[in-house]
Design a protein around this ligand. Structure first.
Ligand code: PMP
Length: 432
């Protein structure tokens, strides 16, 4: 069977086993464009609809159970219904949640975050990683009085800050300089030509949505040095990578950014974003600075300090996320990536896995993948076939091949995923 026919058959098999999800997809399509309100969750023929989640499992409306290897695209680091977070949220429900006032947990959470990330002496909270990046950019432009923003091809900093193959019509209209990732010569040249105009560099230490492509230490250090010598600000988007160690990717790399943005798991699975830097720069948001010729910046948001996210974040950082829990899943991710690559190589299927620690992405090419440009010739059909085969075996990874381990995942789960992948790769050997 050729690959196109195999994909068609896999989609049919998937659909036949999920009549309830199919019916919900039709109902959804009447009121949500494409039946969807979060673009990344759409896939053909339709996504299975989840009824319940607990521990490491998801159950769909057709009664299938999946081991969740996606962990809500990294926001689900803790696994489902983690007890300390559940307890904290229940306490909030007992004491009120739409306060329109300041409260204690926003201070607790800010203290915990600034302890964890030395680059952040002060933070501001937002509702999402996207908002955190928007505010960090506004702060950098305001602080430097410059307008250009350096970002990288296939970088993703939010739905309105996405730099894929085609121009993104919903992006915010900053004066972007879009460079190839991991390309030191391009960075040197851009600073040589535009150094005095560059307000900031916004970069993911590992490109996540682009396919888990780590930045080389040399590339990221060069960004630090060029920003310092040109008076530009370095913004590390650690929305995904903050899980690489207690102090995030910046600690692993030994690089201190001027601003850091955070999101995802830090509020225990509730909506969250934060950005921070040193007190001098962050003090721009201090309303008392509105004196004489200096003006402070405003930063509004009804839900910026929403009590559920704040309380959940405190429980997450106090009781669940520590060096030991992070190291365990980062090691498990390193093992999974290594063994997946061995499996693909041994079976002769043109695929590979990239990433760092507990985050990885499977690609439809044998690699190596050092930047998104290396994915140009990859075969998406192989990834799609593996995706459906894994669902059949009860494992959920992202349709695009993304895997984000949660604290609920054990070595035995990783071994089971590897066995399922090996079985599939052996059956498909030679097809690529
Ligand atoms: N930055 C990065 C690196 C991300 O991966 C994401 C989300 N995938 C965002 C920012 C945006 O975060 P949010 O979806 O919370 O707006």
């Amino acid at each position: 069977m050729d690959l196109d026919l195999a994909v068609g058959a896999a989609q049919q098999h998937y659909a036949d086993a999920r009549p309830n999800s199919a019916s919900w997809a039709r109902r959804a399509a009447a009121v949500l464009p494409g039946g969807n309100t979060r673009s990344v969750l759409a896939f053909e023929p339709f996504p299975f609809r989840v009824e319940r989640a607990e521990g490491k499992y998801l159950w769909d409306v057709d009664g299938h159970r999946y081991v969740d290897f996606l962990g809500n695209y990294t926001a689900g680091l803790l696994g489902h219904s983690p007890e300390p977070v559940e307890k904290a949220v229940r306490a909030v429900l007992d004491s009120g949640w739409s306060l329109g006032s300041v409260h204690r947990d926003e201070v607790h959470l800010a203290e915990l975050l600034t302890d964890r990330f030395p680059s952040m002496e002060q933070v501001r909270f937002t509702n999402s990683g996207t908002e955190a990046n928007l505010m960090a950019l506004a702060l950098a432009l305001h602080t430097t009085g410059r307008s250009k923003v350096m970002v990288f091809q296939h970088g993703y900093h939010g739905g309105v800050l996405a730099f894929g193959e085609a121009a993104n019509p919903v992006n915010v209209p900053h004066d972007w300089l879009v460079l190839p990732y991991n390309d030191q010569a391009a960075v040197v040249e851009a600073f040589r030509s535009h150094g005095a105009e560059i307000a900031c560099v916004l970069v993911e230490p590992m490109q996540g949505s682009a396919g888990c492509i780590p930045g080389t230490p040399e590339f990221l250090s060069l960004l630090r040095n060029q920003c310092s010598s040109n008076g530009s600000m370095l913004i590390f988007d650690e929305v995904m990578t903050s899980r690489f160690s207690l102090g995030g990717a910046q600690e692993v790399l030994g690089i201190m950014p001027d601003l850091t943005t955070l999101g995802k798991y830090l509020a225990g699975g509730f909506s969250f974003g934060a950005f921070g830097g040193n007190s001098e720069i962050m003090g721009t948001f201090d309303p008392k600075r509105n004196a004489g010729s200096t003006t402070s910046l405003g930063h509004a948001g009804t839900f910026n300090n929403n009590v559920i996210s704040m309380a959940a974040g405190v429980a997450t950082l106090k009781e669940m996320v520590n060096s030991t829990t992070l190291a365990r899943i980062n090691n498990l991710g390193d093992l999974l990536r290594k063994e997946l690559n061995e499996t693909f190589q041994e079976s002769g299927v043109d695929m590979c896995a990239t990433g760092q620690g507990s985050l990885l992405n499977i690609h439809g090419t044998a690699g190596p993948v050092l930047s998104a440009a290396d994915l140009a010739g990859s075969d998406d059909r192989l990834k799609e076939l593996l995706f459906f085969a894994l669902l059949d075996d009860g494992f959920y990874v992202a349709r695009r091949g993304f895997v984000a381990l949660s604290f609920e995942i054990e070595a035995a789960d990783v071994a089971a995923l590897l066995t399922a992948t090996e079985g599939w790769a052996t059956a498909h050997a030679g097809r690529s």
